[in-house]
Write a protein that binds this ligand. Structure first.
Ligand code: CA
Length: 516
């Protein structure tokens, strides 16, 4: 029947302007948030919050529940998405690096394919964006309130408002312009949220009272048998009291928290951020936080009570910044529907990596453990992908660029190291799909003191190597999903260890990682 319809349609298409319609390239919107944990999206199991708009996006397309990054930190993850290459190949290995914009990239290929290309929101690759016809990027990490944007016209402007909403407004403006110009567009829409220091929009400050969040079972982890987990500074109970907890610091000796970078003058930085709020924003802010601050200094919680108080503070602010993302995804989707662009637009929603919401006592990312190695990954494209699918295949941010090029009918460059997800997305299965994935975290110095490590993950097992301290960790995700029990060196696991080490070597060779 399908064939018959196609045959009937062909002559019509051939002789009319329908030709253009029939081959009209899909638009592409790649939406990436910053540090969005799967546990903060109700499309995933065990979510701590409701995200109705993201859930709807997932139900209208494909949800991947085993999607991972290759290097769990902001800048490097962005470089991987843009190039389809591992960090050691694109050169942006840690946040101390500068992206070499002269190299080939997804944006440049899309531009070459006749697309209008844009990046709106967080960039974080230091060098000037190349391959984009239009950009409006946050300066550096960007601010939640009244952020500064650098535009492709070369100007920097501070815009009053809340980052997540402003970025969405700007994106809709660019989409509107491209619709008017009848040009296919490729947009990278990169939110700052929910990156640290989690400043909620004023509408959410008034929305509801501080909620209680149960500490995860692994919150008081003592890292026994896992040397690589011991030296870090990313525990929730060591957070900065100022910028993270939003407390004024009255003592002269400064912030009691170490916050991952003990020598940072965070109390002063926080004062500056607070003073940057407009009088109206400040009024909404104070209305919520002043009673909390007063109560805290009156009751002065200590020990486990302090840890719970800090966890609640962290989770309340984090989830509220995600709530704004969810609202704005809803706003964007409504806009696309109104404009008739929702069917022929390929939308990918993901985060640059996951995040700890108290697992192992942590916030932040970097480790190859599930909460920060994994990330949400949704794909919606009504004209080309069936709704309501779920995939548990192991996919990575490395696969984004090849996937997008594949969907718009462009060849996938041979030097890209990822694989197109098109077969998985359109047929729900791919018998030849990879059974293991590679990871390499390079930023051993600076913030949070997480030692460098690489590793391999399969459907069930994970092997990590903290090579600077020669610590190996092997986990069975089926019997130990929280990754607490290091099986490396334990009797009975000799064969599995050897198998995983062999697989790690194979992947190092496959991806030509000469830094490993
Ligand atoms: Ca990030």
């Amino acid at each position: 029947m399908k064939k018959l319809l196609l045959l009937l349609a062909l002559p019509l298409a051939f002789f009319s302007c329908e030709t253009e319609q029939a081959v009209k390239k899909p638009n592409v919107i790649f939406i990436m948030t910053d540090d969005h944990a799967k546990k903060a999206m109700s499309a995933y199991e065990g979510s701590v919050m409701e995200t109705p708009h993201l859930d709807q996006l997932a139900s209208e397309g494909v949800l991947f529940d085993r999607a991972y990054c290759t290097n769990s930190i902001c800048g490097p993850s962005r470089a991987v998405v843009l190039t389809g290459k591992h960090s050691h190949k694109n050169g942006f290995m840690s946040n101390h690096d500068t992206f070499d914009g002269d190299q080939t990239s997804l944006a440049k290929y899309m531009q070459g394919a006749g697309y209008h290309t844009s990046v709106i929101g967080k960039w974080h690759l230091v060098s000037k964006p190349q391959g984009f016809d239009d950009y409006k990027i946050l300066l550096g990490q960007g601010e939640y309130y009244n952020p500064r944007f650098v535009s492709s016209k070369g100007d920097t402007s501070k815009i009053e408002g809340y980052a997540t909403s402003l970025i969405t407004d700007m994106a809709m403006d660019v989409i509107g312009e491209q619709k008017a110009a009848d040009k296919p567009f490729f947009m990278m829409l990169h939110h700052k949220a929910p990156h640290r220091n989690w400043m909620p929009d004023s509408s959410y400050l008034r929305a509801y009272e501080e909620k209680h969040y149960d500490l995860p079972d692994t919150f008081f982890d003592n890292y026994d048998g896992r040397e690589g987990a011991k030296g870090q500074d990313m525990r929730v109970d060591d957070m900065f009291w100022s910028s993270d907890m939003k407390l004024p610091i009255y003592e002269k000796k400064g912030d009691p928290g170490t916050g991952g970078f003990a020598t940072a003058n965070q109390a002063r930085n926080w004062e500056r951020a607070y003073n940057d709020l407009t009088p109206d924003q400040k009024a909404a802010w104070d209305e919520y936080y002043v009673p909390l601050i007063e109560e805290f200094y009156k009751t002065k919680p200590e020990g486990k009570e302090l840890a719970q108080w800090m966890y609640n503070r962290y989770m309340n602010d984090y989830t509220k910044t995600v709530q704004s993302v969810d609202d704005n995804i809803g706003r964007l989707m409504s806009y696309l529907k109104e404009e008739g662009l929702d069917k022929n637009t390929l939308i990918i929603y993901t985060s640059d990596q996951g995040f700890y919401l108290g697992e192992h006592g942590w916030y932040d990312k970097r480790y190859m453990h599930e909460p920060s190695f994994g990330m949400p990954f949704l794909v919606r494209y009504p004209d080309g992908i069936k709704a309501g699918q779920k995939s548990s295949e192991l996919v990575q941010n490395l696969d984004v660029a090849p996937t997008i090029l594949d969907f718009v009918g462009e060849p996938i460059p041979e030097d890209m190291q990822g694989t197109s997800l098109k077969t998985l997305l359109t047929t729900s299965e791919d018998a030849d799909w990879q059974k293991s994935i590679y990871y390499h975290y390079y930023q051993g110095t600076g913030w949070h003191h997480v030692p460098r490590h690489n590793g391999v993950a399969t459907d069930r097992y994970k092997l990590m190597h903290f090579y600077d301290i020669d610590d190996w960790q092997l986990f069975d995700l089926e019997t130990d999903p929280d990754e607490m029990d290091n099986l490396y060196g334990k009797s009975g696991y000799e064969e599995k260890t050897l198998e995983m080490k062999t697989e790690l070597k194979r992947l190092i060779a496959k991806y030509d990682d000469d830094t490993a």
